[in-house]
Write a protein that binds this ligand. Sequence first.
Ligand SMILES: CC(=O)SCCNC(=O)CCNC(=O)[C@H](O)C(C)(C)COP(=O)(O)OP(=O)(O)OC[C@H]1O[C@@H](n2cnc3c(N)ncnc32)[C@H](O)[C@@H]1OP(=O)(O)O
Ligand SMILES: O=CC(=O)O
Ligand SMILES: [Mg+2]
Length: 727
Amino acid sequence: MSGYVNVGSIKVAEVLYNFVNREALPETGLDVEQFWQGFEKLVVDFTPRNKEILKKRQHLQDQINEWHKENKEFNAEKYKAFLEEIGYLEPIVEDFKVNLENIDDEISQIAGPQLVVPINNPRYAINAANSRWGSLYDAFYGTDVISEDKGAEKSGGYNPVRGNIVIEKSREFLDDGTPLTSGSHKDAKKYAVANGKLAVTLQNGETVGLKEEDKFVGYQGDEGKPSSILLKNNGLHIDIQINENHPIGKTDAAGVKDIVLESAITTIMDCEDSVAAVDAEDKTDVYRNWKGLIRGEISTSFQKGDRTIERTFNEDRVYQTADGGEVTLTGRVLMLVRNVGHLMTNSAVLLEDGTETYEGILDGVFTSLIAKHNLLGKGKYINSKKGSVYIVKPKMHGSEEVAFSNELFARIEDLLDLNRNTLKMGIMDEERRTSLNLKNCIYAAKERAIFINTGWLDRTGDEIHTSMEIGPIARTAEMRPMDWFQSYEKNNVQEGLRAGFQYEAQIGKGMWAKPDNMLEMFTEKIGHVEAGANTAWVPSPTAATLHALHYHAVDVREVQNQLVEKGTDTDYRDDILKIPFETNPGWTKEEIKEEVENNAQKMLGYVVRWVEQGVGCSKVPDINDIGMMEDRATLRISSQLITNWLHHEIVSEEEVLDILKRMAVVVDEQNAGDELYRDMAPNYDESVAFQAACDLVFKGTKQPNGYTEPILHSRRLEFKKKIGVTN
Ligand SMILES: CC(=O)SCCNC(=O)CCNC(=O)[C@H](O)C(C)(C)COP(=O)(O)OP(=O)(O)OC[C@H]1O[C@@H](n2cnc3c(N)ncnc32)[C@H](O)[C@@H]1OP(=O)(O)O
Ligand SMILES: O=CC(=O)O
Ligand SMILES: [Mg+2]
């Protein structure tokens, strides 16, 4: 474990202190001594306020619990009045508009997918930074968007039957978004440029152009024999790549070897839900990676099959324009960084009384300090051309907490000698108090709020915990179609539009949590764009490429215009307050068993890797063998649902323990091929991971807002100690 260095009244872990002095502070123009003095003062000033925020959360929760116990007959009007009385529902501010400056086009102008990636996994994080462009052919060929029926299997080498379906589907996409004056891209036998326009020769010998000529942007290679044609539709680029000697190009009449799409426009480098970082060593790793990412200098090499792959940031892409000029497009996403929320502390910095500092304060300071490098032009690539730093702030409850972050950001700007409002804020709309008071939350950071995103996974967990005492909460799959959820989503779009997010900021929708079910995503996630969101989360680069198709199909600007025209003054509060509980559930024994087993299996599959391997985001099979993206937020749902059912005696403790034990055997089997894995069964008492899962459900009513972090962190620290690892 790291030793500590005294910094005034506080102590900073040596590993972090050295990183800051040797790697983070150099090139920022900041004085080392002044920085640490200012840091100490900031920590000392903001810690008590952070503590107060958390006390208020608990006080509100306690009052809500008591109210439900005293009001067994639920009355919606009385409930709302009570929430107003205790300040859970805030008086709503007058209409206003956000006042944002120096916002990159990727946030304000370009509607498209937002990828999320654990920041402490360089292989994935660099991949994520490069996922601005993705192969449509690979996305179709490699996923279930195309069925494997009728000889179109994926297995083995290249399957031309499947390949032809990919090509056909891709041409249909071109016909939809960038149609020809006549005929179809399917019949193209040559793509060329003539007189500054796209000239497509069809099978019938006719040469046609684009219906909307200005959708042609540029090309690479010779006009008569280009290697690439660049088109643009709804603000997103399409690169038709041509090489008649390529194995795929050879099979295509026009020599097209791929269609590459602008895919993830922004990426969130995540320090939070998808990461396990519990001590100074882990946090220093996180910050070091962020430095490599924001400067575009990080690289990694890894083995894939029998190949060694070197992964670095992609270069820009340069094209000739029709008028003889040149256009350079970035090869990379715009990066945002998600800090942690206000809840957790970390031993990386200790206060005078020996207690740990709030991790959110540390993240705010250090991710901003590191980002300053890039603001000063240091590094291989510039992330924000406008000189902003985009910080996503999760798990805030109500406008007071947003105001706290806003002040923290201002103080960090002063510490780092940054202009006011350089630090922008993405507000996760993922706690009930925030959804219900969203307008006020945006107002509290109206010079910084660059997104509001419906983090529906945490939001669902918070819904369960907040109303723990009312009765049994609905089964997880039944929660989304319900009023509370639907109105939460609509309210988010409405409040974004009302606050003037159109052409200024992002109205974002949540994660697709089934990373292997791309057909289902392809069918469903277009709903996010149709609802007026100009971005939505995806779990992988492939998902980003497929989701990009939705922004080609639907012009979200039009949707937003229509919504604004219709009016943005619906009061969704009453619907959001419709608690998803069951007065008379009537679930069969079989249904109850299935629900608990499913949640238990996902929990254990995730927790075991978190606690014993430090993996913060995993793909874990559910009971139907569907690989689910599991992170701290999905764990909050699974654990709180079981807790709730235990609390209301839908299941007994013995039954849950029995299910956990049986599911542990299943999870052990699923991980049989992993050398680092330690079985949970049959010595359950010795498995730290198994104990963590038990704590999460059996002590679930006591977890602050139902969060999983306190147990995950303490059990991970216990495991590290047990096996003697420092990181
Ligand atoms: C509630 C919330 O807070 S949601 C936000 C937090 N969640 C996330 O950030 C999810 C991010 N996604 C992931 O971590 C992963 O996709 C997982 C864990 C869900 C699945 O991971 P795996 O099982 O390894 O995925 P799979 O085997 O299908 O794909 C691996 C390949 O995809 C790439 N990949 C997968 N996810 C990502 C990603 N998010 N970003 C970049 N690349 C990715 C990997 O780099 C790898 O490719 P490579 O071999 O060329 O390096
Ligand atoms: O952070 C995202 C969520 O859904 O929770
Ligand atoms: Mg979340």
